[in-house]
Design a protein around this ligand. Structure first.
Ligand code: GTP
Ligand code: MG
Length: 630
């Protein structure tokens, strides 16, 4: 995308500022009419004013003739676009929501009733948090514009803290309509219908209006653009996929039924081969995740599909982000419905991005391009950072880029730093399969490159939405549901809880001391908190069955075991530290203690993708089939 597009994009800011002004006026009216919400409404008004100021500032800066200032970098353009779409979708959503106050005269609700139905406390909280995230993103972009060169802008934007801010905005946009679901739930409560947890969400007369509104369409179009599935969209509009930094969005249907397992389709309709784009068959389904589980119930599946609905076990895959949920689905696919060539092609973009983005992260975090200027890698680093080759549609990595990645990776200083990080767990995020893809750079640049099973299993793309995979094994039928584990995705879990027969929890046993990509803390601590929260959640049935699969066993080195056992939660292990079985037994016992009372049944298993692509599936299935309840 060229800088001119940024200026065009910034032109849209003026329209947004008008919407914000109107929204602030309505909120001021409401605050006067309903004093109880005074504080929160004031906070909302304040946050909107800050957002408006940041927007005006951005518009001013990108419209200023550049002079000696650096022209906006590619990364800047992409991030600004993400932020603008997010702002527009969110501010317009709020505006549309508030417009209901003016329209609702006919239904006899008092102003108080209308406030409670349309804008209750939890909804205000959601908006406050999203507005805050948007403002942070705009302020980050403003800060980067102070940089001297576009390379410096890129570098600033590639820092993990910057990526987190932009990611958060992207997640907020993707969850925008989940907010409507939440609001519907909350409004059930505020209109007097007891506990949210014991009621089903009701539909409001305005829900259909929302789903057909411009706001909703905007959010939807944005998601489809990013998933590369909007026919009418200029390709340059599509933010390039970044490893864990950008991600491909899948788009779930946004209604109370959006995550209803009963309603999830068993067969994704085949497009009859009319669409030549190999990825669109998957992406075209609103609930599928393009590229993440390329084998999402293909219509031509050879698996028996009759009488499935009555006997099929619904397995809900949950666990923290990057713990191996989608990898398990891919492994199941290898075992039960192997990837064909066309599907493999669809993974090329993701795999190449994994490799390039991993190296970018490493360059930024290790400062390898700067150390005294004598690493001799400046040329390679520049090539890597400035590469904006469009890798969609199966375009492979360019040879010179692969060469640059290999040179940086094999540089002895880089190897030293990487080894140092491994041993001392320096606090910066790197994806699980970093080494694998960096070792593979030259292979990816082969013009005939076709991803292997292992490449597909090793690649990572954050799941957004719900993916399903269905198959028969040992005379039983299984339906796996893969839901994203990132923070913004977890609210969907709760909706799915009542529908699942079995909860399968992928527990990354190797992540202690690693940085969570979601919020920068220790990944294991976050994972433990999540486990404790979910197994004791009031919407989990008393006799629910949990199967915990310890993942990434192949990475359980003595150093990793030592880090794990030094955590307060896992302390107390006195036996042989080299005995993986005993260490895992200990971990299982500790996890079981987090379950309060005897309310749920928990079984434990383990899995790894190291020895064969189907191994993870086999191990998970073995654990599952040993359950008495199956
Ligand atoms: N070495 C190794 N890597 C693994 C193993 N299992 C998963 N991984 C890697 O860990 C990463 C996990 O990716 P996913 O399975 O997509 O993670 P996820 O849990 O679906 O994450 P979200 O979609 O963000 O919730 C991938 O890069 C996998 O290749 C394993 O057993 N061994
Ligand atoms: Mg996933």
């Amino acid at each position: 995308m060229d800088p001119a597009s940024v200026i065009g994009l910034a032109g849209a800011v003026a329209g947004l500022a008008d919407v914000i002004a109107r929204t602030v006026l309505t909120l001021t009216d409401l605050r006067n009419a309903y004093n109880q919400s005074d504080f929160k409404l004031s906070a909302l008004i304040c946050q909107l004013a800050t957002l408006k100021a940041s927007l005006s500032h951005i518009a001013g800066m990108v419209n200023t003739p550049y002079g000696n200032a650096p022209s906006p970098s590619i990364q800047f353009c992409e991030d600004l676009r993400v932020s603008m779409y997010g702002c527009e979708a969110m501010v317009s959503a709020l505006d549309a929501r508030l417009a209901k106050f003016h329209q609702n005269k006919a239904n006899g609700l008092s102003i108080l009733g209308k406030i409670e139905v349309v804008l209750d406390d939890s909804t205000i909280d959601e908006y406050l948090s999203m507005l805050n995230n948007q403002t942070n993103a705009l302020q980050l972009l403003l800060t980067t514009l102070q940089c001297q060169t576009s390379l410096a802008i890129d570098r600033k934007l590639q820092e993990s803290s910057s990526r987190r801010i932009i990611d958060q905005v992207r997640d907020d946009t993707s969850s925008l309509v989940s907010l409507y679901d939440t609001a519907s739930l909350a409004s059930t409560k505020s209109t007097g219908a007891q506990d949210v947890s014991t009621t089903t969400p009701v539909s409001f007369s305005f829900d259909p209006e929302i789903f057909t509104s411009r706001v909703y369409q905007t959010a939807m179009r944005y998601q489809l653009r990013v998933s590369g599935n909007d026919d009418g969209v200029d390709e340059s509009d599509i933010a390039s996929s970044r490893l864990g930094i950008n991600r491909r969005f899948s788009f779930s249907v946004h209604s109370e039924k959006a995550f209803d397992l009963e309603d999830s389709p068993l067969v994704i309709p085949d497009q009859g081969g009319t669409n030549q784009n190999p990825t669109s068959k998957i992406a075209s389904h609103p609930r599928s995740t393009r590229g993440e589980t390329a084998k999402i119930i293909p219509s031509k599946t050879s698996l028996p599909r009759t009488e499935i609905s009555n006997v099929s076990k619904k397995i809900l895959l949950i666990g923290s982000s990057e713990s191996g949920k989608s990898t398990l689905i891919k492994s199941l696919s290898c075992a039960f419905d192997p990837f064909d060539e066309q599907t493999r092609q669809t993974y090329i973009e993701e795999i190449v991005e994994n490799c390039v983005e991993t190296m970018r992260l490493l360059v930024i975090e290790t400062d390898i391009d700067r150390v005294g200027g004598d690493s001799g890698l400046q040329k390679e680093c520049r090539l890597l950072m400035e590469d904006d080759n469009d890798r969609r549609d199966g375009l492979k990595m360019r040879k010179n880029l692969a060469g640059a990645i290999s040179s940086i990776w094999q540089n002895s200083e880089m190897q030293l730093r990487f080894e140092h990080r491994r041993q001392h767990q320096e606090m910066y995020y790197l994806p699980t399969s970093s080494e694998y893809f960096l070792d593979s750079a030259s292979r990816l640049a082969d013009p005939n490159y076709l991803p292997t099973d292992s490449d597909i299993l090793r690649s990572y793309c954050k799941t957004s939405g719900v993916c399903t995979f269905e198959f028969n094994s040992a005379g039983r039928s299984y339906n796996f549901y893969d839901v994203g584990g990132a923070r913004s995705q977890r609210r969907k879990w709760i909706e799915l809880f009542p529908k699942a027969d079995i909860f399968m929890w992928t527990f990354d046993i190797c992540c202690s001391g690693e940085v969570s990509q979601d919020h920068g803390g220790d990944s294991m601590e976050e994972q433990l908190e999540l486990w404790e929260f979910v197994v004791n959640h009031h919407r989990i049935d008393f006799d629910a069955t949990f199967v915990v699969i310890f993942t990434k066993i192949d990475k359980l080195t003595p150093a990793v075991i030592s880090r794990l056992l030094s955590m307060p939660f896992f302390r107390g292990y006195e036996k042989d530290r080299t005995d993986v079985d005993m260490v895992l037994d200990h971990a299982a016992k500790r996890l079981a203690t987090a379950v309060r009372g005897t309310r749920i049944n928990v079984s434990f298993g383990r899995a790894s993708i190291a020895t064969s692509p189907t191994k993870m599936a086999e191990e998970a299935m073995r654990t599952l089939e040993q359950l008495h309840s199956i």
